[in-house]
Design a protein around this ligand. Structure first.
Ligand code: SAM
Ligand code: SF4
Length: 332
């Protein structure tokens, strides 16, 4: 479906839980302040109903995210169910990678198309400082196991001044011998991201050009997102930049986001959302015999969220950011 700025919306991010096994300092350093009881989190059946309605509107690409999606029981089988919905072309996942090795066989069995793993440092102590947990070895083994199994993989790194910014070249070197893309995501002023400053990709990109004079723009399509990619001679993978703060990629925005509590967000930076709960849990739509009506009502609300997409985000005007949820509640 197209929105009112004629953008084709074919991608949805589904946050399946707001729980996480890490405590990243820019995301949820102290855990969840607003503890959402499990009964308020969408069940897999409810998520699948939303997915059916979205697919009927031409949404073909699904990202499973969280919190940490792999901490929710049976996440791999949920991915398998998503894959079976007519019209769904691609199901990918964003994960911190801690449980990747353990769940990899089930993820592969269920047809996961690709995974994005978040990794901000290669130093074990620093990993513990950034994420609150000593899990770097588990994440690194998850990455290597997934690559060995042939799963398409991208790394997402958020650099912070005075924390890990000087590690950019080490992180980048992971793409030298491994078939993976590494993307640098600018820290966004969402949730605890407001307490820190980003490292601007503009600066990174110019440093990269100086360091690698043979750098070339990589025009191939690498995924669903707003990253721009570059190729470094001799590297197997590419380097991507997701410049949320100043690189206004909103003209090609293709997405909506569903929170784990059933709120459909037209844009990351604004707090408004279309609530799907009245349909998913409303008396008049309950039961197998009402499935058709339920999906039709969900379609209507998804259309509404798409039609409410603003022309662009407002990250560069801090006072206009109205999103108050933390990133773990939104799914990134
Ligand atoms: N737990 C999974 C993970 O870490 O990949 C999925 C959810 S996490 C919220 C998705 C992505 O959002 C991660 O790559 C994380 O680094 C990123 N993220 C969290 N808070 C952010 C912020 N304030 N600005 C930019 N990226 C952020
Ligand atoms: Fe968890 Fe991902 Fe947030 Fe880190 S960024 S606390 S891994 S949800």
């Amino acid at each position: 479906m197209r929105d009112r700025y004629d953008r084709k919306i074919n991608y949805i991010r589904l946050s399946i839980t707001d729980r996480c096994n890490l405590r990243c300092r820019y995301c949820m350093p102290n855990g969840l302040s607003d503890w959402v009881p499990m009964r308020d989190i969408l069940s897999y059946e409810e998520l699948l109903d939303v997915a059916r309605a979205a697919a009927a509107l031409g949404i073909t690409r699904f990202k499973v995210t969280g919190g940490e999606p792999l901490v929710r029981r049976d996440c791999p089988e949920f991915i398998g169910e998503l894959k079976r919905i007519p019209g769904v072309e691609q199901v990918t996942m964003t994960s911190n990678g801690v449980l990747l090795t353990r769940l990899l066989p089930r993820l592969l069995e269920n047809g996961l198309d690709a995974v994005n793993v978040s990794l901000d440092t290669l130093k074990r102590e620093r990993f513990s400082e950034i994420t609150g947990m000593d899990e770097l070895p588990a994440v690194l083994s998850g990455i290597d196991e997934a690559l060995r199994a042939g799963l398409k993989l991208k790394l997402n790194a958020v650099l912070q001044p005075g924390v890990n910014e000087e590690e950019r070249w080490e992180l980048l070197s992971l793409a030298k011998d491994r078939p993976l893309d590494i993307r640098f995501i600018e820290l966004m002023p969402i949730g605890h991201g407001k307490d820190s400053r980003p490292v601007y990709n503009e600066i990174l990109r110019s440093e990269l050009k100086e360091r690698f004079p043979g750098l070339e723009r990589d025009e191939r399509v690498h995924g669903n997102g707003p990253a721009e990619y570059w190729r470094i001679p001799g590297y197997r993978g590419s380097v991507g930049f997701i410049s949320a703060m100043h690189g206004k990629f909103c003209g090609s925005c293709n997405r909506i986001r569903l929170t784990s509590t059933g709120k459909l967000k037209p844009c990351l930076c604004y707090g408004n959302a279309v609530d799907l709960m009245p349909v998913l849990r409303g008396e008049r739509y309950l039961g197998r015999e009402r499935e058709g009506e339920r999906i039709a009502a969900l379609r209507k609300r998804i259309r509404q969220a798409i039609s409410e997409k603003p022309e662009s985000h407002c990250f560069e005007r801090l006072s206009e950011i109205s999103e108050e949820r933390i990133m773990a509640a939104i799914g990134g």
